[in-house]
Design a protein. Structure first.
Length: 278
């Protein structure tokens, strides 16, 4: 099942101007705005109450209460912790879930991730990352920074100007000050979203830096300012989420960037090989 934010992004092209205003207002204050009354939503968005009802109907909901139930369900899913996930709930079996169930869930996540990422979005991100004139800066969260480092290590081989942003959040502004409209900031942020990553993305967007966001199906708040959003499925039968879908998406982009300029890639790989054997 697609999240409400995913539905909005996919259907925004078919919306009327007033429905798009409602969508922008909801995304700016997601999900709180939608949990109020229709009248409150309409007033905040600057549209009429009937527009709000048409907007929720456009998203596939038969009624406003049904829309609000989904919002609450998604909010609960976003706030899940390792202690509240089903695998460690009171009365559930302890220990690791069966390998087959976990493997099937991970495989399904990968398949659904690639089904839902549009070809246009993928190609646009690949082209952005392949442009050697644009410096690329990558950063992730507590568990996703390993993905940022992994991607940076590969991109650094096939193109120049790739940097991993590390260290304490207080030091990030030292790198932020040099970001501008030619730079690309790649952010990894999945549920239990990190406020410091969201603030970094927002600050970069204010400097007209292109922001590429890797996130989950519920979408990090950083999606509000991201130039491109790549959302992966992450839920598995475990106390923990799985980054397998994001990892394979990252590897597909690394392959696309490598193939975007094969002569450059070959020349850089050959030069690195000579350095290793010298």
């Amino acid at each position: 099942m697609e999240s409400i934010v995913e539905e909005i992004r996919q259907k925004s092209g078919d919306m009327t101007a007033s429905e798009r205003r409602a969508a922008r207002a909801l995304l700016a204050r997601f999900p709180v705005l939608g949990l109020g009354t229709v009248a409150e939503f309409a007033q905040s968005a600057g549209v009429s109450p009937p527009t709000i009802l048409r907007f929720t109907s456009r998203l596939g909901f038969g009624s406003y209460p049904e829309f609000q139930r989904r919002l609450r369900e998604e909010l609960e899913a976003q706030l899940e912790t390792p202690l509240t996930k089903r695998a460690l709930a009171p009365g559930s079996a302890r220990g690791a879930p069966p390998r087959s169930a976990f493997a099937e869930a991970a495989e399904r996540n990968i398949a659904e991730t690639f089904e839902r990422v549009s070809d246009d979005e993928f190609r646009a991100v690949a082209a952005l990352l392949a442009d050697g004139r644009r410096p690329v800066h990558l950063i992730g969260g507590r568990f996703t920074d390993a993905l940022a480092r992994y991607m940076a290590a590969h991109l650094r081989i096939v193109r120049p100007g790739v940097f991993h942003i590390g260290g304490q959040p207080g030091n990030w502004r030292d790198q932020l000050v040099d970001l501008g409209k030619r730079d690309v900031l790649v952010v990894f942020d999945v549920r239990r979203y990190q406020d410091d990553l969201v603030r970094l993305a927002e600050a970069a967007a204010r400097r007209h830096t292109a922001v590429v966001l890797f996130t989950d199906q519920w979408l990090s708040p950083a999606a509000r300012v991201a130039t491109h959003v790549l959302a992966a499925r992450i839920a598995v039968p475990s106390a923990w989420d799985s980054n397998a879908g994001i990892l394979v998406l990252v590897e597909a982009l690394i392959a696309a960037v490598t193939e975007a300029d094969p002569e450059r890639s070959r020349a850089r790989i050959e030069a690195l090989e000579r350095l290793r054997t010298s």
